[in-house]
Design a binder for this molecule. Sequence first.
Ligand SMILES: CC(C)(COP(=O)(O)OP(=O)(O)OC[C@H]1O[C@@H](n2cnc3c(N)ncnc32)[C@H](O)[C@@H]1OP(=O)(O)O)[C@@H](O)C(=O)NCCC(=O)NCCS
Length: 177
Amino acid sequence: MLRGEKVILRPIEREDLKRLHELSANVELEMLAGGAWSPWSLAAVEKDFEKHLEEEDKSEFVIEADGKVIGTTELHRWKNRRAGTAGVGIGIYDPEYLGKGYGRDALRVLLDWAFRIQNYRRIWLDTLAKNERAVRCYLAVGFKQEGLLRQHEYHDGEYADVVTMGILREEWETQRA
Ligand SMILES: CC(C)(COP(=O)(O)OP(=O)(O)OC[C@H]1O[C@@H](n2cnc3c(N)ncnc32)[C@H](O)[C@@H]1OP(=O)(O)O)[C@@H](O)C(=O)NCCC(=O)NCCS
């Protein structure tokens, strides 16, 4: 498992699914993380978990703090090994843990894994421009804003701008030196 100052990143276990399913009932947080919310049953979550068990290239973690699962983070499945790039996703779904530095700690651990252990060269993401908490968290760990996609998403009753952000290996190396 991977350790930060506040969090542990570890594989998702079957026993975590009930907790993750309970956390996913928070529609507002799910919409910020995924753009839309739809009714996934626990059985559907379990089936999806089973479906992905066979995949060799694992890159999804639960974020654990104080012995509790508080969210998830991953390098997305659409990684480009040839170019050395991968997208990152993260969600803290326990409201008690929002805005208290757990997100940035988890991202620092994930970036260390991505660059130092997995040898990626560039990590990127996109997020709603109005998701200020997310943008500030990403800036704090070293992502730079690279673009703005106007009215690119539909969120909470309106078309919303999306920010694209990225961090290169050399930038990550400089800031940890
Ligand atoms: C985005 C997310 C991972 C960030 O993790 P976090 O632990 O909440 O963030 P941190 O505490 O590390 O940093 C939050 C930053 O936003 C600020 N902030 C905290 N609450 C805020 C709020 N309600 N509105 C605006 N800014 C806020 C903090 O001051 C901090 O910025 P600073 O360092 O410049 O002061 C987390 O909030 C989350 O999962 N949110 C719900 C789902 C989501 O938005 N996912 C991301 C989709 S791309």
